[in-house]
Write a protein that binds this ligand. Structure first.
Ligand code: GDP
Ligand code: FO1
Length: 308
C-alpha cells in the first residue's frame, strides 16, 4: 500500500506520475481540504478536485486546476447578475460543486461524497479528504485576516503574510480511513506540496502527525522548493511567515520527526549535509515536472527509494 499526502497543483503532478507507475488500487491519497470554501452557495474543494480530475485524465494540466477545455458561460452570467467572478469556475467544474453541495446538504460526509464523485469519474485510487470537519486556512495580512482563496486567487498572493492558522483544526478529526491508512502503509510519499497551506493542515489534525511518526512505513518527501523560492506559488512566503527557512532545508526541518528521505533538486546539493544532520537521507535529482515524462521519471525515482 502506497499512501500519499498532498495538496492540489504540485502534488497532482507527482500523483500523475505515480499513477502511471503503480496499480491505482494500491494508491491511497490523503488530500488537504483547508483551502475549501463556499462561493455562490456552492461547496468548493479545489485540492480534492484537482487530484480527482488529474487521476480521471480530465484536468487542465496547463492551468493546474479545473477541467480541460471547460467553458465559462455560467460564470459570465453570474457576473452579469452581480455575483463575484474572481474565482474562475468552469461550466463542467460547476457540476461537481452542485453535486457536492447537494449531497453534503442531504447529510453525507465529505469523504462519502468524494468517494462517489471519484467513482463516477472512473478513478480507481482511493481519495480521502483529510477530514470531514470544516478546517479553514486563514491568512493574516497587513490589511487584515482573509481566507486562503481570497489571498491566493483574489489578491494574487501579493499581500505580506504575517501569520497563518488553520481555523477549526483543534476540534477536528481525521476522516475515516486516514489514520488507518497511515498506520498500515508500507510506503508513504509526502508530495512536493506547500508545506504550510497543504501539508501543514493535514499534519495539524489531532492524531495525524503522531500516526505518521509512529508508522512502520518508510516515508519519502519531495521538495517543492529550489533555492529560496517555491517552484510555483507562495510557499516561500508562507514558510518565512511561520519562522521556517524558505528552502529545501526548511521543508526537511518541518518534517524531520517523520521523514526518512527527502528528494531535493540538484541545485540544492549544498544543503545535503545540513539536511542529513537532521537524520534525513538526501537524494538529489531534478524535481521540476513539466512533461508527463518528467512526472513519471520523478515518480519512478521516488518509488525506487522504497526498494533499497
Ligand atoms: P496547491 O494546493 O495548489 O497549492 O498545491 P500543492 O500544495 O500540492 O502544490 C504547490 C506547491 O507545488 C508549490 O509550493 C510549488 O513549489 C510546488 N510545485 C509546483 N510545480 C512543481 C514541480 O514541478 N516540482 C516540484 N518539486 N514542486 C512543484
Ligand atoms: N486558481 C486561480 O489562480 N484562479 C482561479 O480562478 C481558480 C479557479 C479554480 C476553480 C476551481 C478549482 O478547483 C480551483 C481553482 N483554482 C484557481 C485553483 C486554486 O483554488 C488553488 O490552486 C488551490 O486552492 C491551491 O490549493
Amino acid at each position: 500500500m502506497l499512501v500519499v499526502l498532498t495538496g492540489g497543483t504540485g502534488g497532482a503532478k507527482l500523483i500523475k506520475g505515480l499513477s502511471h507507475e503503480v496499480d491505482a488500487t494500491e494508491l491511497t491519497i490523503i488530500c488537504n481540504t483547508a483551502d475549501d470554501f463556499a462561493l455562490h452557495g456552492l461547496n468548493i474543494s479545489p485540492d480534492l478536485d484537482t487530484i480527482m480530475y488529474t487521476l480521471a485524465g480530465v484536468s487542465d494540466s496547463a492551468k493546474g486546476w479545473g477541467i480541460q477545455d471547460d467553458t465559462f458561460r455560467v460564470l459570465a452570467q453570474l457576473e452579469k447578475l452581480g455575483a463575484e467572478a474572481w474565482f474562475k469556475l468552469g461550466d463542467r467544474d460547476i457540476a461537481t460543486h452542485i453535486i457536492r453541495t447537494h449531497l453534503l446538504r442531504a447529510g453525507l460526509r465529505l469523504s462519502d461524497v468524494t468517494d462517489r464523485l471519484r467513482t463516477h469519474l472512473g478513478v480507481k485510487a482511493t481519495i480521502l479528504p483529510m477530514s470531514d470537519d470544516e478546517i479553514e486556512t486563514r491568512v493574516e495580512t497587513a490589511e487584515g485576516e482573509i481566507s486562503f482563496q481570497e489571498y491566493f486567487v483574489k489578491q494574487r498572493w501579493q499581500p505580506e503574510v504575517k501569520r497563518v492558522f488553520y481555523a477549526g483544526v483543534e476540534r477536528s478529526r481525521a476522516a475515516p480511513g486516514v489514520l488507518e491508512a497511515l498506520c498500515d502503509a508500507e510506503k508513504i510519499v509526502v508530495c512536493p506540496s506547500n508545506p504550510v497551506t497543504s501539508i501543514g493542515p493535514i499534519l495539524a489534525i489531532p492524531g495525524v502527525r503522531n500516526a505518521i511518526t509512529e508508522t512502520k512505513a518508510h516515508v519519502v518527501g519531495v521538495s517543492p522548493m529550489i533555492g529560496e523560492s517555491a517552484i510555483s506559488g507562495p510557499a516561500h512566503k508562507f514558510m518565512a511567515a511561520q519562522g521556517m527557512s524558505p528552502s529545501a532545508f526548511g521543508v526537511a526541518n518541518g518534517y524531520a520527526d517523520f521523514l526518512d528521505q527527502l528528494v531535493i533538486d540538484r541545485e540544492d546539493e549544498r544543503l545535503r549535509e545540513k539536511i542529513e544532520a537532521l537524520g534525513i537521507k538526501v537524494v538529489a535529482t531534478s524535481v521540476v515536472m513539466k512533461t508527463l515524462d518528467d512526472k513519471r521519471r520523478l515518480a519512478g525515482e521516488v518509488l525506487a527509494l522504497f526498494e533499497k
